[in-house]
Design a binder for this molecule. Structure first.
Ligand SMILES: *Cc1c(COP(=O)(O)O)cnc(C)c1O
Length: 231
């Protein structure tokens, strides 16, 4: 039963991506669906994998490591998307392909130093506090350039782009504003750092995915609409 629900949900989300891309003249292949599986058991991830899903996003390190240990037989691309204390960087450097939530240099330095030899560089996005909210993590928009410049020097990382979790708005046109601001910041970074593979805008969740895609999202992070509501 769970398998059928997850498969159907994944199909629906896939259709929404196709429809949103058609509406703004984008190639659906240009949008990666990241299944956000925090709080979900490993069995749910396995169902999604069997339905064709490859990218999974986790927020809590210990929980993620436990699921990874149960799913070693699957070729999953693991993304870390939650807040990370600097004393926990090693496990991310060793066990993930992507890290979306870097907002200070110290974290990036440790990830680079702790990335094991022989592994591909860790793909990295800088998390931006795009609405300048008091209590939210993320680098301030006017400090992104300096942080990116420093991160780009680190050897075992690949600076891929920007991530944000904007404050929710009621109307789609209001919701578009922070997404456009993040897309503008990425454009500026590309000019500032022409040698970097800056191809990633990680933005859009279950409730605002369509708007994010219209504004240029290349990775949408979807939890609820794939796995159901979290408790
Ligand atoms: C939980 C979470 C999501 C998914 O949110 P849904 O509304 O369940 O789709 C996306 N990004 C981050 C960083 C999250 O923590």
């Amino acid at each position: 039963m769970r398998k059928e629900d997850i498969t159907e949900n994944l199909n629906r989300v896939g259709e929404r991506i196709v429809t949103s891309c058609a509406a703004c003249g984008r190639d659906p292949e240009s949008v990666t669906l990241l299944a956000v599986s925090k709080t979900r058991p490993a069995a749910d991830l396995r169902c999604a994998f069997e339905a064709g899903q490859r990218h999974f996003g986790e927020n809590y390190l210990q929980e993620a490591l436990e699921k990874q240990a149960e799913l070693t037989d699957l070729d999953i691309i693991w993304h870390f998307i939650g807040p990370l204390q600097s004393n926990k960087t090693r496990a991310v450097a060793e066990h993930f392909h992507w890290m979306h939530s870097v907002d200070r240099l110290k974290i990036a330095q440790r990830l680079s130093a702790q990335r094991p030899e022989g592994m591909e560089p860790l793909n990295l996005c800088l998390q931006v506090n795009i609405d300048r909210e008091e209590s939210k993590s993320g680098v301030a928009p006017d400090e992104v350039g300096a942080l990116a410049e420093a991160v780009a020097q680190l050897p075992n990382l690949r600076l891929r782009g920007l991530m944000a979790i904007p404050a929710p708005r009621e109307a789609a046109d209001a919701q578009a504003q922070p997404f456009r601001a993040l897309a503008d910041l990425l454009r500026q970074l590309r000019e500032q750092l022409p040698g970097q593979p800056l191809d990633t805008l990680s933005m859009g969740m279950s409730s605002d995915m369509e708007t994010a895609i219209a504004c240029g999202a290349t990775t949408v992070r979807i939890g609820t609409d794939i796995f159901g509501r979290r408790d």
